[in-house]
Design a binder for this molecule. Sequence first.
Ligand SMILES: Nc1ncnc2c1ncn2[C@@H]1O[C@H](COP(=O)(O)OP(=O)(O)OP(=O)(O)O)[C@@H](O)[C@H]1O
Ligand SMILES: O=C(O)[C@H](O)CO
Length: 471
Amino acid sequence: MKPMKPKGYSIQACQRSGRSQSPQPQLLLPTAPRPAPAGTPTPPLPPHFRIPLRPPGSTSGPRSRKLRPGAVEREMLLKPHSRVQVFEGAEDNLPDRDALRAAVAIRQLAEGLTADDLLLVLISGGGSALLPAPIPPVTLEEKQTLTKLLAARGANIQELNTIRKALSQLKGGGLAQAAYPAQVVSLILSDVVGDPVEVIASGPTVASVHSVQDCLHILNHYGLRAALPRSVKTVLARSDSDPHGPHSCGHVLNVIIGSNALALAEAQQQAEALGYRAVVLSAAIQGDVKSVARFYGLLTRVAGAHLTPPGTGASVEEEAQLWELAAELQLPDLQLKEALEAVVGAEGPVCLLAGGEPTVQLQGSGKGGRNQELALRVGAELGQRPLGPLEVLFLSGGTDGQDGPTEAAGAWVVPELASQAAADGLDVAAFLSRNDSHTFFRCFRGGAHLLHTGLTGTNVMDAHLLFLRPR
Ligand SMILES: Nc1ncnc2c1ncn2[C@@H]1O[C@H](COP(=O)(O)OP(=O)(O)OP(=O)(O)O)[C@@H](O)[C@H]1O
Ligand SMILES: O=C(O)[C@H](O)CO
């Protein structure tokens, strides 16, 4: 590689978070303690959750300070007189004029490069909204409307980004094309199940494999083809007849440097250092949050049966239901058999880890997030039948530190939660019927079961941790 001529500056486009951190009871998770020496009695379940909570409203330490939206990025990134230009935009993950300005600046930077240059592209979740560059005559507003309609009708991220790429100058390999003949290296944090580089942030440096027919199929499926603006029809027709075909990206190296699987592998090591037999179940958990909660409820009972005296755990029917549900969820990398075998052989506490992105079909007007809703639903599942002499804790958290439009990253539950909530006059089912999981956890035990991490600066979807320990 030729020595780089240092370019004058680089551009950092980052999302302006529409949510500020407000002082809340903080459950601070210390760094994992050193591994317990051999022969140490099994740690209480789980030691790192026994941190005294700050009383509500306490404001010490950076995490409890109220930050202006967007201040975190500036605090995290820039030094005085930095040559880095920061463009903020795409508030709440929606492309806007600010993001459009950033996209134009990035394209101009890329187009000005030569064969002697190396363009370093850092990509993470939310990148699609940050790099809007609609192909004329499609306007930003038309593109916003179309993607909002698709999302509202249940289009998944693969479908959404296929359409985004077809209407963009920079997505689907367009940024790499603009930088040609410079070499391009993209370092990617994956927030999409299976880590498909052509889907993550709509693959600005990855040649798109989708055709116009794929787009039309998606638009037909969601009943949007008839109402397409003329501009969109023009662009789709033009790309269909494009003699050049998809962008070639032979000058590009795309590298996944952060993913759900990597995060779970690290969490597994931490759990083992804390004395747990830790097994990763899957980094591709998808499907409706109700089914996923049911899966974890059955898994707890089936795995728990191997950790408690015979006759106190799951029935044969429940084990069959677990396998049926696993098949229905179609989790490509599921290590269920391996996990259950590990539990059978375990002498002490067990930690089963998984991650991904369940879906929540919103039916109520409550406040919550995927992780808080999953945790509450698992809590309801765990409280349905006795689990025998078994301590259980389930945690679900967003790795970016924010779960839905709330300050929490997620929440954690134990089997006793549902009965304790009833004793406190809180109807779990009613909160769930309104998608009001955040309100529940704020009311329950003074918010003690909410997980607060603050913005983490990364985003590799959600992490689900199931801790089991025979009493
Ligand atoms: N009241 C609610 N209860 C449960 N889930 C909700 C609620 N409100 C929003 N959600 C879910 O939260 C998700 C949005 O979460 P969030 O704002 O963390 O963005 P995200 O999907 O994680 O995107 P990113 O990857 O950029 O973080 C949506 O999928 C939505 O279904
Ligand atoms: O920005 C996007 O397209 C989503 O976060 C998926 O990467």
